[in-house]
Design a protein around this ligand. Sequence first.
Ligand code: NAD
Ligand SMILES: O=C(O)C(=O)C[C@@H](O)[C@H](O)[C@H](O)COP(=O)(O)O
Ligand code: ZN
Length: 364
Amino acid sequence: MAATDTVRILLPGNRDYEIRIGSGLMDERSSWQGLPKAGAAVVVSNETVAPLFAERLRSQLLSVYPRVDLVVLPDGEQHKDWASLNRICDHLLGEAMDRRTVLFALGGGVIGDMTGFAAAIYMRGVPFVQVPTTLLAQVDSSVGGKTAINHPLGKNMLGAFYQPERVIADLDTLDSLPDRELRAGLAEVIKYGPIADAGFLCWIEDNLDALLARDKAVLGYAVRRSCEIKAEVVGQDEREQGLRAILNFGHTIGHAIEAGLGYGAWLHGEAVACGMVLAADLSQRLGLMPAGFVARLRALIERADLPVQPPKLGAERYLQLMRVDKKAEAGEIRFVLIEELGRAGLHAVPDALIAETLAAHGAA
Ligand SMILES: NC(=O)c1ccc[n+]([C@@H]2O[C@H](COP(=O)([O-])OP(=O)(O)OC[C@H]3O[C@@H](n4cnc5c(N)ncnc54)[C@H](O)[C@@H]3O)[C@@H](O)[C@H]2O)c1
Ligand SMILES: O=C(O)C(=O)C[C@@H](O)[C@H](O)[C@H](O)COP(=O)(O)O
Ligand SMILES: [Zn+2]
């Protein structure tokens, strides 16, 4: 078994938690020791992931908690909604779970975001642990405490900042992940290069084939470096008052694509990949980056077999969707743009330039 990597996220008020990354962590007793004590644990998962891992997790947790329940939700981004959130809350209340109860999010980002939100609001807050089983969740969504559900009018519009007790990223769980989901996760890995670490972008370019071939050591490094970058950013700006917005590179258009097409039509990572190409293009149009950067990022995204051509929703529809983006202020749409390789910032972009860029990419 490979060694476990631990990334620690340090937060204001002397709060911190560990992100443990490695093979076989699910079946390791120490993964589940030292968590808050409770009379019960509740594992939240979905119809796809529960049959794969829930019994293994449950049997480990039974050595720590006297009772371990399982809540199984329908699978899919279209179910990241009130109905699913209510199902978690209904179970907790129906079983009279007290405020010490520990929730375990077993699955991808959809389960992680919803379980975290349920933990944030149940009895005004119970502890929760992230057990991410997709690449996307291991490199991004399980870390940093953004929890949410979607609204038909906008992505992740209802949620809370609420940090987990620990993240257990068992690389072996990725063995069963469909290729399309692996590629979607790579979009968020690629994101970290332009916004924070030019060297990591080169490393991804050099190792993309190994990542796609699921080389465990290479995947492990991608997860660790991604978590290190995210932990560093979130540690400085937990509630997105400034710096943290850089993690939204590619998301302004990405979220518009997801909501505009209906949740689940494109995967989150696919929408972000395409959104990064357009945001890179905007960075060039505003004179921040040379054309070579746009071509380089686009080539990498294409090599990862991720989409670079946005759906044709029309400029007006895109603008309407982006006006409810969380980064928008007073109707002004703001994008995370690349300022130099490894550095990004938030920029207000005029509607006309956005429309021009969308048209240039066949989206208008
Ligand atoms: N909170 C954050 O900071 C943050 C960051 C990035 C993304 N997100 C959110 O995360 C979500 C996307 O997450 P995702 O890409 O993990 O999608 P997902 O949770 O829908 O999982 C993708 C698919 O893979 C399946 N799956 C999960 N693990 C598996 C495994 N080991 N083997 C086989 N199948 C498996 C799932 O059932 C699902 O069908 C979006 O809702 C996005 O908004 C949140
Ligand atoms: O953690 C963050 O901050 C991010 O922006 C990470 C993103 O990859 C993620 O998709 C996040 O959920 C988007 O946040 P939102 O605030 O735009 O909903
Ligand atoms: Zn994202």
